[in-house]
Ligand binder design. Structure first.
Ligand SMILES: Cc1cc2nc3c(=O)[nH]c(=O)nc-3n(C[C@H](O)[C@H](O)[C@H](O)COP(=O)(O)OP(=O)(O)OC[C@H]3O[C@@H](n4cnc5c(N)ncnc54)[C@H](O)[C@@H]3O)c2cc1C
Length: 271
């Protein structure tokens, strides 16, 4: 849709060109959300595309995903054979309600900054222990794990004008075995639960990430693959009924039920 309040669109070649951030400014990534509804508080868009960041970079430390990397670019990524978690990228991308038609526009950073419970790139990068590099308007860059950046439904710890620069997935997490389950109340509907677990080679370091069923991603870490009772006990302790996200895509009791059910399926698959 046309945004009738916009009076300026900036296309900086470097961040140094961006002076005078004010309340009406907004970073523009793929624009798939920004242009999907009126933005009465926004009068200036700052397009990140012109910065020309390399979408994906493989290093010894892991995979650097630029915030401006498109969903389609991540979907096409094929990592080194040792990175057994790479097929999880496509599983999570398939979990989007957003159709393939906007994969070429929507960015990984935009999805994380939107901080919606059904943000499948939040699920993916949180489960793979991703760490965000944030560029504040003033001061030094800071690093925040994805799981801590997102604090609720459309809520995060980004400060005004702060920019998500990239997300690093550590090689250690990319080497782990993974299992994922996703469920929606309706066919192609928004995720009601998206549950991922990762585990090391020797069955050590089992990490369960619950998302979509909860307003923000929630992680449970075990030194080894837990028993069914231990997993269920830990889930119920960390996520009492009121901690589930109750909305039109599923009631809290429904989401609690499917979370327990899918977590156990995943545990069995990885055990
Ligand atoms: C049909 C449809 C289906 C959708 N389905 C889903 C879905 O299933 N799950 C879901 O989570 N979302 C969904 N969305 C919402 C949205 O399209 C996605 O979240 C998308 O990933 C946003 O990315 P974008 O690059 O288009 O962000 P934009 O629309 O450009 O930006 C989104 C917000 O993030 C901010 N932002 C973007 N990049 C940065 C950055 N690097 N640093 C700081 N702030 C930044 C922008 O200022 C803006 O406030 C859907 C949208 C549509 C239209």
């Amino acid at each position: 849709m046309n945004l009738s309040t916009i009076v300026e669109v900036r296309r900086p070649m470097s961040l140094g060109e961006i002076q005078g951030w004010h309340d009406g400014c907004s970073w523009l990534a793929g624009g798939t959300w920004l242009f999907s509804e009126p933005q009465p508080a926004v009068n200036t868009l700052i397009d990140l595309d012109s910065l020309g960041w390399t979408p994906l970079a493989v290093t010894e430390a892991g995979l650097d995903i630029a915030a401006t990397c498109r969903v389609a670019e991540l979907q096409a990524f094929e990592g080194p054979p040792a990175w057994r978690a790479v097929p999880l990228f496509r599983q999570c991308i398939d979990a989007f309600l957003m159709s393939f038609k906007i994969w070429n526009a929507a960015t990984i950073g935009g999805n994380i900054c939107m901080s919606l419970p059904a943000g499948a790139m939040i699920s993916l990068t949180a489960a793979l222990e991703g760490v965000c590099t944030l560029w504040p308007r003033e001061g030094a860059p800071r690093e925040v794990p994805v799981v801590d950046l997102v604090t609720g439904n459309h809520a995060n710890t980004l400060r005004p004008g702060e920019l998500l620069r990239n997300i690093r997935l550590p090689a250690s997490a990319l080497a782990k075995r993974t299992a994922m389950r996703q469920v929606s109340l309706t066919k192609l509907g928004r995720s009601a639960a998206l549950i991922i677990a990762t585990v090391g080679e020797d069955g050590a370091d089992f990490l369960l990430t619950v998302s979509a069923a909860t307003p923000r991603p929630v992680q449970l870490r075990f030194s080894a693959c837990p028993s069914a009772d231990a997993l269920r006990g830990a889930l119920d302790e960390r996520l009492p009924l009121h901690a589930y996200f109750d909305d039109v895509h599923g009631s809290a009791p429904y989401k609690q039920h499917v979370t327990r059910y899918l977590a156990e399926q995943i545990r069995l698959e990885l055990a």
